[in-house]
Design a protein around this ligand. Structure first.
Ligand code: ZN
Length: 436
């Protein structure tokens, strides 16, 4: 199977099964914007929920935050984004196509062989105006990252939550970058969602915290079912490091279009807090009562994309078999956990199936389906990635059992109706990604 074809098939599946649609499709679409359908929006919530819980529930040292998308424009001046958040780009004089310099090889347009213009710097921030008057004084930006909302709230959170260092602030939210060349489906889009955690530490411990966090973040991807063999670290060389970073790793995934970034883990030093302090005259320091020291904390950042993680979940789960296409999504994040079907629409089977569905809805996302052949109903759930299917059949009335079908093995076992919850729970707990 050609690698490009696999992405095309996945995009088609996403549309067919209600994962992802092109934005404004009936108007012909808008470049690089995507809408998450019934399955996609639930998968996205499940991914964010898993991340949020791993950051703020499973541990005792991280607080949550939800900062606004529009911020004081001075934030982006101090952060370096106004002057430095740019891509150098060239235009083709002949076909007018625009390229990032990083994406071009040689002096000629790869599309038509035309000449390039001189390189120009193009700021990636989306500009907008606040209030009715459009002018320099009303200019503001859609945030290009969620991180700055965390930095400017460092003291608010630290004081209100009465935190001692080290501690972190976690945030999930939308960010916007006017990328010159978005693409690869939802891999790079101009509007996207981030899951970022900024961990504030004593400067001399930042190195070891960075190492600790990169291991923890790698483990998290395993916990949502991503195959280990498809993940690796990439340490940034001196020419790759961002202006704020002392040391940085990417967690990379082997997408159908190659190894590319999934998450960044950075030692940002005291760059951010110092610059905001300088710009505002407000001290963003920490006073360590035990040692009597006062210092500007260093920050270890873990920065993941929600959309990119979702793409990885889909790519990683996708398999074509002889008779079916199946998404082996982890039951922990699958948008539907259990499909419930009556074998046929008579003999009281729909009534029993509805009762089972109603009882299980308290614990699981349920999909009830009574239309078409049972084989086709199974195939539909396989493509959605539903790990378990329950079917009420003629034997149910005799012995109060139903079949419980496993998506990955397609094996069916008969289970007493009142033991279903327990059987599903056990299956979920025992689930492992293939090859892990
Ligand atoms: Zn050209």
């Amino acid at each position: 199977m050609a690698k490009k074809t696999m992405m095309d098939k996945l995009v088609a599946l996403c549309k067919r099964r209600g994962y992802i649609f092109q934005s404004s499709e009936i108007y012909g679409g808008i470049n690089s914007c995507w809408d998450y359908g019934p399955m996609g929006s639930q998968l996205k919530l499940n991914i964010k929920d898993a991340w949020w819980k791993s950051m703020t529930w499973d541990r005792d040292d991280i607080e949550g935050l939800d900062a606004s998308i529009l911020m004081h424009p001075g934030v982006w001046k101090a952060s370096g984004h106004v002057d430095g958040f740019t891509d150098a780009m060239v235009d083709c004089k002949q076909c007018k196509e625009r390229f990032r310099i990083d994406d071009t090889e040689g002096e000629k347009c790869p599309k038509c062989g035309g000449e390039f213009t001189e390189a120009r710097n193009f700021n990636l921030m989306f500009k907008t105006h606040m209030g009715p008057v459009e002018g320099d004084t009303s200019l503001c930006y859609l945030r290009p990252e969620t991180a700055q909302g965390i930095y400017v709230n460092f003291s608010n959170v630290q004081m209100s939550a009465r935190r001692k260092l080290p501690f972190g602030i976690a945030q999930i939210g939308k960010a916007f970058r006017n990328e010159i060349t978005p693409g690869n489906f939802i891999f790079r889009t101009r509007e996207f969602e981030q899951m970022e955690m900024q961990y504030f530490v004593r400067p001399d411990t930042a190195g070891e915290e960075l190492e600790r966090w990169r291991e923890q973040r790698m483990r998290w991807y395993s916990s949502i079912g991503i195959k280990q063999a498809k993940l690796r670290f990439h340490e940034h060389g001196p020419d790759e490091l961002a202006h704020y970073a002392a040391k940085a790793y990417d967690i990379e995934y082997e997408y159908p279009f190659g190894w590319k970034e999934l998450e960044g883990i950075h030692n940002r030093t005291d760059y951010d807090l110092s610059h905001h302090s300088e710009a505002t005259g407000k001290k963003l320091e920490y006073f360590d009562e035990a040692s009597g020291e006062r210092y500007v904390p260093y920050i270890v950042e873990t920065s993941a994309g929600v959309d990119r993680t979702l793409l990885v979940c889909l790519v990683d789960a996708y398999e074509e078999q002889d008779e079916r296409v199946v998404l082996h999504l982890s039951p922990a994040i699958a948008p539907v956990t259990v499909g419930v079907f009556p074998l046929v629409k008579r003999d009281g089977m729909p009534e029993t199936a509805h009762k089972i569905a109603a009882a299980l809805r308290r614990s699981y996302k349920i999909f009830y389906d009574e239309g078409g052949s049972i084989g086709r109903r199974y195939r539909r759930q396989d493509e959605i990635g539903t790990p378990y299917c329950i079917t009420v059949d003629s034997q149910t009335r005799e012995d109060e059992t139903v079949t419980l079908r496993d998506r990955d093995t397609m094996e069916q076992e008969r289970v007493k109706i009142d033991r279903l919850d327990e059987a599903i729970n056990r299956a979920m707990a025992g689930w492992k990604a293939e090859g892990s």
